[in-house]
Design a protein around this ligand. Structure first.
Ligand SMILES: C[S@@+](CC[C@H](N)C(=O)[O-])C[C@H]1O[C@@H](n2cnc3c(N)ncnc32)[C@H](O)[C@@H]1O
Length: 214
């Protein structure tokens, strides 16, 4: 659906950026405002080697990441200092350790049901032509009313071909009806100078509740 070869190549060449060495308090600050229930399964699509997985596990959630690159999976557990157990799980390789599961494979092959989601840099890694398919698949995997923390990026789309692909509020609201903007932060790093600066936006959203509930 999206360009998996691009991402596999990017990981192999060390071209995937990472927040690993930078402090980041988005989950600390915003996750609880969505009232997620501890002990529940939190889907982290296109997780890379995100520390969000470890944060969720250490805060009482059951994180399940989905990531195409084995390099990202290996690197995540190496960073934690954990030797993961690897098993085959349908079209995925399941990596598990320290309360974290990463399903290595294509997100679009995922089935099963999850209780919440953290989408940080995932929707915006999907080419615009596939955004709707990605979002439909995400909603389909989540229980009705499931909380979703979404982190997007905005910048002048004429100045970089992506990924990431900038996403603006009108489209976020179309894809996630009822979503609310929680924060916007200018990104000042040199990484974004070539597009004239970028803005990170944190959104709170929910999958549609069953009819009769709000
Ligand atoms: C921009 S990175 C986001 C990383 C992570 N969410 C974070 O916050 O650091 C996008 C990731 O999605 C992975 N990816 C892209 N398409 C995918 C797909 N269809 N299924 C699974 N992983 C995918 C890439 O390998 C890459 O690690």
């Amino acid at each position: 659906m999206n360009d998996l070869d691009f991402w596999l190549g990017a990981w192999a060449d060390g071209r995937v950026g990472s927040r690993v060495n930078r402090p980041d308090n988005i989950l600390d600050t915003y996750w609880s405002s969505l009232k997620p229930e501890t002990g529940k399964r939190v889907l982290v699509p296109l997780c890379g080697r995100s520390r969000d997985l470890a944060w969720l596990a250490s805060n009482g959630f059951v994180p399940i990441g989905v990531e195409i690159s084995p390099i990202a999976c290996r690197s995540f557990f190496a960073e934690l200092g954990v030797e993961p157990v690897r098993t085959s799980c349908g079209p995925f390789v399941k990596w598990q350790g320290s309360g974290v599961t990463i399903l290595q494979g294509d997100f679009f092959d995922l089935d099963g049901a999850y209780d919440a989601a953290v989408d940080r840099g995932a929707l915006v890694a999907i080419p615009p032509a596939h955004r709707m398919a990605y979002t439909n698949h995400l909603h389909a995997r989540l229980a009705p009313g499931a909380p979703i923390l979404l982190v997007t990026i905005e910048f002048d789309p004429t100045r970089d071909a992506g990924p990431p692909y900038p996403l603006f509020p009108d489209e976020v609201r179309r894809l996630f009806p009822g979503s609310a903007e929680l924060a916007r932060t200018p990104y000042r790093r040199r990484r974004w100078e070539h597009v004239g600066g970028a803005t990170g936006v944190v959104w709170g959203a929910r999958t549609a509740a069953p009819a009769g509930e709000s």
